[in-house]
Design a protein around this ligand. Structure first.
Ligand code: CA
Length: 336
């Protein structure tokens, strides 16, 4: 069985350095991350060698763990959220060009998602068009929120419009959440600042944030406007699939949507494990959403798990479902 994984990250040193320089300048010469966030990053970040490599080192890992193809997207530190429109466009174009160049060296092993200059949604839509039609990328990644706004805001509609027009998916990926939210929910004197930073990020908080981002898009009526739009949500849907019944029964009755929240979710949203290789979560996702809505992913190199293939092969699910999750859904959604 072929294995295609869809949430795999890389970084381009040249781009990341310019993003960091811009962010420091914006923050009056100080790095925007606080000390606890920096300690946390030191704890969890992969080595630069791993994250920058889109060649031999990564291919060796893929060969040793039985992965045929990775769909690459930019890691943290991408130019997506640069607020200077001109610079955002320039750096996103460069990042997408460079990604397309790396894919060309190993076209059977890698495909990719574009990064978009969301500060200028019209330009972001144009860049998505260029990334798909000229560079051969397969969709785009939208990370976190932008400048305090979730992507359901009207201003971002051109991006979603274009994704439907091009028939490509948008991957909603978590990122560091707003300071005030982190402070309110995740800080306490009962644990260390590093624990607070982790609680607000990969420990729990940014998953809730990313799940809410998908719920907000549904609640905004995006799928009534764009019924063929496809979204992807990692970490088994960032806790949302577990609460679809509640969302239908409580939130749903207050919204003016054509269909139930769960209907949109089950037809327009794909979920992926992002390296959370838990059989009970897999079983739940299949029973709640169906195997047609699940695509495999490992979150390389944040997690480097040699069991990526075995997890699926050893799961007590049907061979048909393994094939759907392992590669068929990805091939169909991304037209590989
Ligand atoms: Ca990830």
């Amino acid at each position: 069985m072929k294995i295609i994984t869809i949430e795999e990250h890389f970084m381009l040193k040249n781009i990341s350095q310019r993003v960091t320089a811009f962010n420091i300048k914006q923050n009056g010469g100080m790095p925007p991350a606080n000390a606890a966030q920096k300690d946390l990053m030191a704890l969890v970040l992969p080595t630069m060698d791993d994250i920058e490599d889109v060649g031999e080192r990564r291919i060796t890992f893929m060969d040793e763990s039985g992965i045929d193809m990775q769909i690459l997207s930019h890691a943290a530190g991408s130019p997506q959220n640069i607020t200077d429109k001109k610079l955002a466009i320039e750096l996103c174009q460069e990042a997408n060009n460079e990604l397309a160049g790396l894919i060309k060296l190993h076209p059977t092993r890698f495909a990719g998602f574009a990064v978009l200059p969301v500060a200028d949604p019209e330009a972001a839509a144009e860049e998505l068009h260029r990334a798909i039609n000229e560079l051969g990328l397969k969709g785009a990644i939208l990370t976190g929120t932008f400048n305090g706004s979730f992507f359901d805001e009207e201003e971002f509609l051109p991006i979603f419009n274009k994704a439907q027009f091009l028939n490509v998916p948008l991957y909603l990926h978590p990122a560091i959440i707003q300071k005030e939210i982190a402070q309110y929910y995740y800080h306490s004197n009962n644990w260390s600042p590093v624990a607070s930073a982790m609680f607000a990020a990969a420990g729990y908080g940014w998953h809730i944030d990313s799940g809410i981002s998908v719920i907000r898009l549904i609640a905004s009526g995006i799928f009534d406007k764009l019924p063929n739009l496809k979204l992807i949500s990692g970490h088994w849907g960032e806790l949302v699939p577990f609460f679809l019944n509640r969302l239908d029964e409580q939130l749903g009755i207050t919204l003016k949507l054509n269909r139930k929240i769960s209907d949109y979710y089950k037809s327009n949203v794909y979920v992926t494990p992002s390296g959370l290789f838990s059989e009970s979560q897999l079983q739940f996702a299949i029973s709640e959403l169906g195997a047609t809505q699940i695509i495999h992913s490992g979150d390389y190199p944040y997690l480097i798990d040699y069991n990526t293939r075995q997890f699926l092969e050893n799961a007590t699910i049907s061979t048909d479902d393994k094939e759907r999750i392992g590669y068929k859904n990805a091939e169909k959604l991304l037209r590989l």
